[in-house]
Design a protein around this ligand. Structure first.
Ligand code: ZN
Length: 327
């Protein structure tokens, strides 16, 4: 089947290269700008000390204090818009600040569109998990694996919502690590479905291997260096293993399982939509950027994915039943 996937493989190579080159660097043009730096310095000096700081703290709404917005953060936010104004007045392209486009803050939400989209993804997963649990009997062979997968996904969408609400050292790591965990768990789920139901030993071995991969990945990023390029390359690689394994399975079962296309469409969509990330444009209305568009675009995919999981779980349950009868 190798040649079927040749175009996919070259696409992968292209995408990984582009992703590596466009990997976000945390210093950006905007925050290197002397106007911006002086503005922040001046603002912090006048507003974030003594009586002014106490005034800031007493007037700051509780939800802002609770989500960790500091006086310095407010200075950075104000100065970012001052700098953007100057750039636009001079007819220059909008710059990024600290690795990000300028976004209009909504209450305590730093990137409101991405935060909302993450929340919607989480809700879609939760809704479909509940439907799965009410439709599929617990005896179905994949029942527990799929429940666990849903919890791993819900956890990832929770951290994604948190990260897009407030970008800090910790929330960023949690968003990245939990997202990688979902892809690895999806590979595990594919392994259980394709090999493990007949040979449980294989899934245990693959499971152990994936835990090892995850631990090394997290340790490297935490203790050695938080390298955006490496993180992107690692995610792209495990994403491709996931994509190819599921696609092979779909292809092999296309004649026996009438719902095989749902799985194929879902994995193609999820990986195709990730390409939206490559379109790096300044946010429309200072709200909607490519990342938010990508998060929004995946919301409907969960419905089709769970529809596939339900069909497949019921199918497995039926074949198991008839298998028992035949013996
Ligand atoms: Zn995100």
């Amino acid at each position: 089947m190798g040649h079927h996937f040749a175009p996919v493989t070259s696409l992968i190579a292209l995408v990984s290269t582009v992703l590596l080159l466009s990997a976000s660097v945390h210093g950006s043009q905007g925050d290197k700008e002397p106007v911006y730096r002086d503005c922040v310095k001046q603002c912090v000096r006048t507003n974030c000390t003594g009586d002014r700081l106490r005034g800031f703290q007493s007037t700051q709404p509780p939800y802002m204090a609770l989500t960790g917005w500091t006086c310095r953060d407010d200075c950075r936010y104000q100065c970012m818009w001052t700098t953007v104004g100057l750039y636009q007045a001079e007819g220059y392209r909008v710059p990024q600040f600290h690795g990000k486009w300028p976004f209009t803050r909504f209450l305590c939400f730093e990137e409101p569109a991405s935060a909302l989209a993450s929340l919607l993804n989480g809700l879609a997963c939760l809704l479909m998990l509940l439907r799965y649990r009410s439709t599929v009997p617990r005896q179905s062979p994949m029942y527990h694996t799929i429940n666990a997968f849903s919890l791993v996904s819900l956890n990832a969408w929770f951290w994604s919502t948190v990260f897009h609400t407030r970008d800090t050292y910790l929330t960023e790591k949690m968003d990245y690590f939990c997202a990688s965990a979902v892809i690895l768990y999806s590979i595990y789920m594919c392994c259980v479905r394709t090999l493990g139901l007949r040979r449980p030993g294989v899934s245990s071995m693959v499971g152990a291997l994936l835990i090892l991969v995850f631990t090394s990945h997290v340790s490297y990023l935490t203790f050695i260096s938080f390298d955006y390029g490496y993180n992107m390359a690692a995610n792209t690689t495990i994403g491709m293993v996931n994509l190819l394994w599921w696609l092979c399975w779909c292809w092999q079962n296309r004649r026996t399982l009438p719902y095989w296309w749902k799985c194929g469409v879902v994995v193609m969509l999820l990986h195709g939509l990730a390409l939206l990330e490559l379109l790096d444009f300044p946010p429309l209305y200072w709200v909607l950027d490519a990342h938010a568009a990508w998060h929004l675009s995946t919301v409907p995919v969960h419905f089709l994915f769970y529809s596939f999981l339900i069909d497949d779980s019921l199918h497995l349950l039926n074949t198991e039943k008839t298998g028992v009868k035949l013996e």
